[in-house]
Design a protein around this ligand. Sequence first.
Ligand SMILES: [Zn+2]
Length: 138
Amino acid sequence: MKIYRCKVCGYIHKGDEPPECPICQQTKCFEEIPENKINYEFFKDAWSRQVRWMNATKYQNEIELNPDEEVLKMLAESEAKSLLGGKQPYCPCRIQTGNEMADQKIVCPCYFYMGEVELMGHCHCSLYLDKNKKKNGK
Ligand SMILES: [Zn+2]
């Protein structure tokens, strides 16, 4: 099992082969990342790419990464544990079913984040924030 990160959108995948990226739909976009590089910097880089990708596609520059480093460090630690424990980088806020197909929905960025960001101004674990909602003080 190897760890791959999409150079385009930051999507992280663990497996024997790089997949077709479920976020940006490209195939030759993955680079292999050695396990000893799975740290806070790795996740922050991946998340920043995800934010850039979201803003360039679905959102008009409305999403930002949570600026609170303490929150990010906690989330990175949790996702690293998931990834190095042989699983995908599951969202720390979601309950895993143990079924790989079902749990695909909670690989970060999870299936639910878009709706949550739109509804609440942030995804459940506050990794991604809606800039506008914050400005309005909601
Ligand atoms: Zn991608």
